[in-house]
Ligand binder design. Structure first.
Ligand code: PHE
Length: 457
């Protein structure tokens, strides 16, 4: 069979793993995880996160990569093939469609926040944080997000990087980028974590992160942990399904998924190890929410001796993590359109990137001109949400859990046990039995609980 587009195929297991870890490790690990841990009592949250990721996110990750490799195309077309072969209801196509729509929405706002990371590299290396007080840092940040022009500039820069990489194709675009960027990310993170161990606040930070104080744990903590696990290992947006579609038959999906989830968790923990000692050494607030990265850390960078170096390194790290995730959000959409039309990938990446840019303007404006616009004001619980909040909420709490649940049900109940055992080359190994049980029972239960708690309560 000849395809109208260049072959899409990983050159090796290594490049697949780098791309998949690149997808998983993103703003979710370095921006979101530390502040969630900070808000939810530190160590207890981390323990619950590790446990729920193991029994819920990991089994779904294995399934999603497997569905991609079974269907061998972009999420929508892969699901079409699987539905046809298994005479399943067309309802299951929602796994593909939900993933693509979700990926587009997440890409639109992810690029805006990714742009902040790029902007903060500039601020860090030009010494803009020097001597900053808490009030000044907060004011600095709100001045930046208050100006739509500069948000658009940096959003454009971020999306341009993403488009250029995806336009290059799987081999000369994505693989080339991740084999350079991922080692850089690990080196920067290891160096920052090592530096953090020399700081006065290190002991206090370790206590904060690893002492299990269960008094702060509520059902919400568990739900936040499940939701974070989903987002962090990149499931339910078609990214891992697409990456699975490019994967050789002889690569073990079980092992790969464990590697991805473990490394993703290690990076989130190391991000905490790098960040919290800075926070504690300067007597700052560990539970300062989303502002932890963009307000609290700059204060520390402006105070320490080598702040320009450390601060610059940190925001390069954050930007690299964000770009390698954004490419995995753009790729599924490009792959899908590429399968249907004979327009070159370069144009498709550009056109879809441009559409995501336009959609992203809604997020840009949510921080300034539209900050009082509450599109869902008639729905009680969304009353106060800006457009950005609504997009974030619907993708993280509606689309991702629904698609994730459907993946678990499709792989666990619609496909037969021998069929999935063969797809994973798993025979009847103990890990396979554990996976199948977690997929059929634990993961659906866990996902339904996030759903019920977030939407209906
Ligand atoms: N895992 C990425 C992060 O942690 C976000 C992401 C989710 C990317 C789903 C692709 C698909 O930031």
């Amino acid at each position: 069979m000849t395809t109208p587009f260049a072959p899409r195929h990983w050159s090796s297991r290594f490049t697949f793993l780098m791309a998949a870890v690149g997808s998983a490790v993103g703003l979710g690990n370095i921006w979101r995880f530390p502040y969630l841990a900070g808000e939810n009592g530190g160590g207890a949250f981390i323990l619950i996160y590790a446990a729920t990721t193991l029994v819920i996110a990991l089994p779904i990750l294995i399934s999603e990569i497997m569905l991609g490799r079974m269907g061998k195309q972009s999420p929508i077309n892969a699901m079409k093939a699987l539905v046809r072969e298994n005479r399943a209801a067309r309802f299951w196509l929602l796994i593909g469609w939900g993933g693509i729509v979700g990926a587009f929405i997440v890409l639109s706002y992810y690029s805006v926040i990714g742009g902040w990371a790029l902007k903060y590299i500039e601020l860090a290396v030009t010494g803009a944080f020097a001597g900053e007080t808490e009030a000044a840092a907060a004011e600095h940040f709100s001045r930046f997000v208050g100006d739509p022009g500069s948000l658009i500039l940096w959003q454009t820069a971020f999306l341009a990087l993403t488009v250029i990489i995806v336009a290059g194709g799987v081999t000369s675009g994505i693989e080339r980028a991740v084999v350079m960027l991922m080692p850089l990310l690990f080196i920067l993170l290891a160096a920052m974590a090592a530096y953090a161990t020399t700081m006065d606040g290190f002991g206090e930070a370790m206590h904060f992160m690893f002492a299990f104080d269960f008094s702060e744990v509520t059902p919400d903590t568990v739900l936040a942990a499940i939701g974070q696990g989903f987002f962090s290992v990149s499931i339910a947006l078609g990214a891992m399904m697409t990456y699975g579609a490019y994967l050789d038959e002889d690569v073990s999906i079980g092992q790969s998924a464990v590697f991805i989830a473990v490394l993703d968790t290690v990076v989130a923990l190391l991000a905490g190890v790098a960040i919290f000692p800075l926070v504690f050494s300067y007597g700052l607030e560990p539970s300062s929410g989303p502002g932890l990265t963009f307000i609290t850390l700059p204060i520390a960078f402006g105070t320490i001796g080598s702040g320009i170096l450390i601060g610059g390194a940190f925001f390069v790290l954050l930007s690299v993590a964000a770009v390698t995730s954004a490419i995995s959000l753009l790729e599924p959409i490009v792959a899908w359109v590429e399968e249907g039309v004979s327009i070159s990938r370069k144009w498709l990446a550009l056109i879809i990137g441009a559409l995501a840019w336009v959609a992203g303007l809604g997020t840009v404006l949510s921080f300034n001109l539209w900050s009082d616009f509450h599109p869902m004001a008639r729905f009680g619980f969304m009353e106060k949400m800006t457009l950005f909040d609504v997009l974030d909420f619907t993708t993280a709490n509606l689309i991702m859990p629904t698609v994730g649940l459907m993946i678990a049900l499709f792989a666990g109940w619609v496909l037969s046990r021998p069929q999935v055992a063969e797809a994973l080359h798993a025979g009847d190994k103990p890990w396979f039995r554990l996976w199948h049980f977690a997929l059929r029972y634990i993961a659906p239960f866990g996902v339904i609980s996030i759903f019920v708690a977030n939407v209906l309560m």
